[in-house]
Design a protein around this ligand. Structure first.
Ligand code: NAD
Ligand code: IPM
Ligand code: MN
Length: 352
């Protein structure tokens, strides 16, 4: 029987509640399709930091370097500063494993109420392609000059030609396989000096992708258009920070940040890719058993596609669609009263 080695990192807060749900679903479909997922359970988290002084072991990255994939819940919790937890776990994984593509699909599912009346199922289906390794999330110059009356905080934004070109090529190729439309999220009115460079590279790379219609939208106006007319989009490509913000906005348009999945991909296959819900550890609801596990379950389905088991991934998503379309089972974020476990149990009933 074929086996896949998966590093399991529930992390913090509701990460520890939604990942077991995803695992139960994974195990069910793996058994049905005749393959096995072998998990490496890792306690890398803020709790570990408080006990040992480190989010993960010193050789942590080496321990998972040869795994087939990584499934992560969420990182960050009150009591440990975010810059410590995130630079100690989440960001090193994305960077060391060259996961330069962050794929964040947005689909309005039948039966999921959207706060936006124009966001109708079957019409809204787009993907945010977020640059995941550089841009505004650089380590260069990050400092706060304290101790002066005029305190300053400084950090450089870094766009490299190779870094921008590879994410643009990924986004153009994805658009070519989908609806043939690409929107570049930018801020090119000359105020942010790095953005004209990004725009120039979009125009250059477009020449190699003649089948794709493309345009660029200022990030502020684009945010409004995603709310006002989400059906018009196919693939949206943006920098690290812009893609981060747009993906939470778009997740809310699709009903809740609790349902949004993501894949951090190294498209070369040289390193393991990582799958995680878009949401964080949600300290405000952690420990109550009310978190929506769908973002994690959907991310697990994306992992199955990535592992070369698309039939299993499709089965998960078919069951999700069926549950939402034919039942009233909803977690609190979607206006229901089902707990994390209730939702998962009902979903498992629809799987073989
Ligand atoms: P968050 O996503 O954790 O929560 C934002 C809001 O959405 C909260 O009201 C929360 O209750 C709600 N929410 C989120 N996921 C939900 C779910 N599955 N079901 C129902 N409701 C859900 O964002 P935040 O509050 O800005 O961040 C909290 C912590 O998580 C911080 O430490 C932050 O740095 C971290 N974080 C980590 C990741 C990650 O690991 N990739 C992502 C985002 C935030
Ligand atoms: C996300 C999160 C992270 C990011 C934070 C927690 C560093 O918001 O995965 O979307 O900005 O990448
Ligand atoms: Mn985010």
């Amino acid at each position: 029987m074929q086996q896949y080695r998966v590093a399991m990192i529930p992390g913090d807060g509701i990460g520890t509640e939604v990942l077991p749900a995803a695992r139960a679903v994974l195990d069910r479909v793996a058994a049905h399709h005749g393959f096995a997922l072998v998990y490496d359970d890792l306690d890398w988290s803020c709790e570990r930091y408080r006990a040992t002084g480190a989010m993960m072991p010193e050789d942590g990255l080496d321990r998972i370097r040869h795994h087939d994939a990584i499934l992560l819940g969420a990182v960050g919790y009150p009591g440990v500063p975010d810059h410590v937890s995130l630079w100690g776990l989440l960001i090193p994984i994305r960077r060391a494993f060259r996961q330069y593509v962050n794929l964040r699909p947005i689909t309005v599912l039948e039966g999921v109420p959207s706060p936006v009346s124009r966001a109708r199922p079957g019409e809204v289906d787009f993907v945010v392609v977020r640059e995941n390794s550089e841009g505004e999330y650089s380590e260069i110059g990050g400092r706060i000059n304290r101790g002066f009356p005029e305190e300053t905080a400084v950090q450089e934004t870094v766009f490299t030609r190779v870094g921008v070109e590879r994410i643009l090529d990924y986004a153009f190729d994805l658009a070519a396989r989908r609806g043939g439309r690409l929107t570049s999220a930018t801020k090119s009115n000359g105020i942010v000096h790095t953005m004209p460079f990004w725009d120039q590279l979009v125009a250059e790379r477009a020449a190699d992708h003649p089948g794709v219609t493309w345009d660029q939208e200022h990030i502020d106006a684009l945010a409004a258009k995603i709310v006002l007319d989400p059906a018009r989009f196919d693939v949206i490509v943006g920098s690290n920070l812009f893609g981060d913000i747009l993906s939470d906005l778009a997740a809310a348009v699709a009903g809740s940040i609790g349902i949004a999945p993501s894949a951090n991909l190294d498209p070369t296959g040289a390193h393991p890719s990582m799958f995680e819900p878009v949401h964080g550890s949600a300290p405000d609801i952690a420990g109550q058993g009310v978190a929506n596990p769908l973002g994690a379950i959907w991310s697990a389905a994306m992992m199955l596609d990535h592992l070369g088991r698309p039939e299993a991934g499709a089965q998960v998503m078919a069951a999700v669609r069926e549950l939402l379309a034919t039942s009233g089972v909803r977690t609190r974020d979607l206006g229901g009263d089902a707990g994390t476990g209730d939702f998962t149990d009902e979903l498992l009933k629809l799987l073989p």
